[in-house]
Design a protein around this ligand. Structure first.
Ligand code: NOJ
Length: 537
């Protein structure tokens, strides 16, 4: 397995730094806090951590508005703290992936301050400036994902600038070679330090139509859909030339050994897989595959996307799966507590690099946020549609002490803690043999110790409705994974070769007599892994 790159055989764990561990007592997580928890991550068994942005930022979008790409926000610590974290992670065999945000900067970034200072400034063209339309309005009909037009008028210079997100997040002009070189140098700065790769923010939006044509109206738009969905984003998302940006970033990553490039790309599978590029012109190692988040939680629907992705990933490339992140409702809230275990077994037994969102290993759920504690600008700009992302960004639940061990008892954490933290926390679940945490850890260790589960082939099985089953195979090693997506018991006559297989792991963390006379009996909401050895005689 050691010949397989680490990012293929490994498991990625996403940390939202504001919410993982507060070490300096200000109610916000930081780098020394992450350092303090590295032994937990090593115990859990993950191979890499991806940190959401840690750079200086006015925090209009909680770090996705970067005002200096090559430093650390004082809220999170210092560059020395970062170096210490990197070294300590590497000492434990844990890689570190940073978030790269090249589509936009903060409006407080010196590049933008210069750019907006005058039409003749040398950095004017680093951003996308246009004259008003004849009626004085925005240059075209593009909308911001965070509400309102994607254009803001600048009184001083009499032009509009483009922003795909907040007005405080102006889009860089990727048609300008100086911009590209500046971002490449940012990458080199961190790669020289030994960072193991980047998760690249909104990787499908960097290059837009140079003519800035209007987007067509979406004929299917209805009340209740997102405002931005009123138009089909033909000219500002997944624009054909955007693939160039993926190749450029990849070429920089490939100047170094063994680094990974992950693209955040919300596209249907057929378009998503084009972001692998080709063997001659590779793009992202991992174009993030969010279909387990966006697909209804039913066995047939999930099998359908797994098979579609399996069928579309180029043979030279490698799949990946994501169950949750800082932008989407938590998996335990989306699918329910019981199914969250099934979902984790699915994630950790599919073919493809799994990414676990912090706290999902405990079954953390979305936390209701009282109106006066709302932080997310998306919720503030487009209220009432349930778009706010604070519920999935609440502090990690470490133990039963006040504030769950995230920050000191007398400090208010930046977001409220889940009321469930007294039982749903690391300390309690470590002691419970059948907890979600111990189940996740057992799955991780099983995957890490098995070639079939880590890098083996995937074959789907025919099953009764409500069950999704597949095998993972490498050499003589064979696993069968059977997942009951329903709240009813399920019986399934196993394929003949599996008649004498033995159960290895149940999501209930016990060992029932699951297979009797060639029939597997799954309890409601149970996932089960069976093993057999192939005899070639
Ligand atoms: C995607 C990030 O995941 C999200 O949190 C952020 O708000 C937008 N990109 C804008 O950077």
């Amino acid at each position: 397995m050691n010949t397989v790159p680490w990012w293929q055989r490994g498991i990625i764990y996403q940390i939202y730094p504001r919410s993982f561990q507060d070490a300096n007592g200000d109610g916000v997580g930081d780098l020394p806090g992450i350092l303090r928890r590295l032994d937990y991550l090593a115990w859990l068994g993950v191979d890499a951590i991806w940190l959401s942005p840690i750079y200086p930022s006015p925090m209009a979008d909680f770090g996705y508005d970067v005002s200096n790409y090559t430093d650390v926000h004082p809220l999170f610590g210092t560059m020395d703290d970062f170096d210490a974290l990197l070294e300590a992670a590497h000492a434990r065999g844990i890689r570190v992936i940073l978030d790269l945000v090249p589509n936009h900067t903060s409006d407080q970034h010196p590049w933008f301050l210069e750019s907006r200072s005058s039409r003749h400034n040398s950095k004017r063209d680093w951003y996308i400036w246009r004259d008003p339309a004849p009626d004085g309005g925005p240059p075209n009909n593009w909308l911001s994902l965070f509400g309102g037009p994607a254009w803001t008028y600048d009184e001083q210079t009499g032009q509009y600038y483009l922003h795909s997100f907040l007005a405080q997040q102006p889009d860089l002009n990727w048609h300008n070679p100086e911009v590209r070189e500046a971002i490449f140098n940012v990458m080199r700065f961190w790669l020289d330090k030994g960072v193991d790769g980047f998760r690249v923010d909104v990787a499908d939006r960097f290059i837009k139509d140079p003519c800035l044509r209007n987007n067509p109206r979406n004929p299917d738009w209805r009340e209740g859909m997102l405002p931005v969905e009123q138009f089909l984003e033909a000219y500002n998302k997944n624009y054909a030339d955007n693939h160039l940006t993926a190749r450029w970033l990849r070429a920089v990553a490939d100047e170094y050994d063994d680094r990974v490039l992950i693209g955040e790309i919300y596209l249907p599978i057929p378009e998503l897989v084009t972001y692998y590029g080709t063997p001659e012109a590779p793009e992202y190692h991992i174009p993030y595959n969010f279909t387990l988040i966006t697909t209804p939680w039913e066995a047939e629907a999930v099998r359908c996307v797994v098979d579609l992705f399996e069928g579309r990933v180029p043979s030279w490339a490698w799949p990946n799966w994501v169950l949750g992140n800082h932008d989407r409702s938590r998996v335990a809230s989306r699918v329910g507590r019981e199914q969250a275990r099934v979902a984790m077994m699915l994630l950790l037994t599919l073919r493809g690099t799994p990414t676990i969102y912090y706290g999902d290993e405990l079954g953390m759920e979305d936390v209701p946020i009282p109106p006066d504690r709302v932080q997310d600008p998306l919720e503030k700009n487009i209220p009432g549609m349930g778009l706010g992302r604070d519920p999935e960004r609440t502090p990690m639940q470490w133990d039963t002490s006040p504030n769950a061990g995230f920050c000191p008892p007398d400090v208010e954490p930046w977001l409220p803690l889940s009321e469930a933290y007294h039982t749903v926390n690391v300390a309690v679940q470590r002691e419970q043999p059948n907890s979600m945490l111990n189940m996740t850890r057992t799955l991780i260790h099983l995957r890490r110790s098995s070639k079939a589960l880590a890098v083996g082939d995937y074959f789907p099985c025919e099953t009764p409705a409500g069950v999704f089953a597949y095998t993972r195979e490498a050499g003589a090693e064979r696993y069968l994974i059977a997942l009951n997506f329903t709240g009813e018991p399920q019986a399934w006559t196993l394929p003949p070769a599996w008649k004498h297989a033995h159960p290895v792991l149940s999501t209930f963390m016990d060992r029932p007599e699951a297979v009797q006379c060639g029939t597997i009996h799954l309890r409601p909401n149970e996932g089960l892994i069976l093993e057999r050895r192939q005899h070639n005689s």
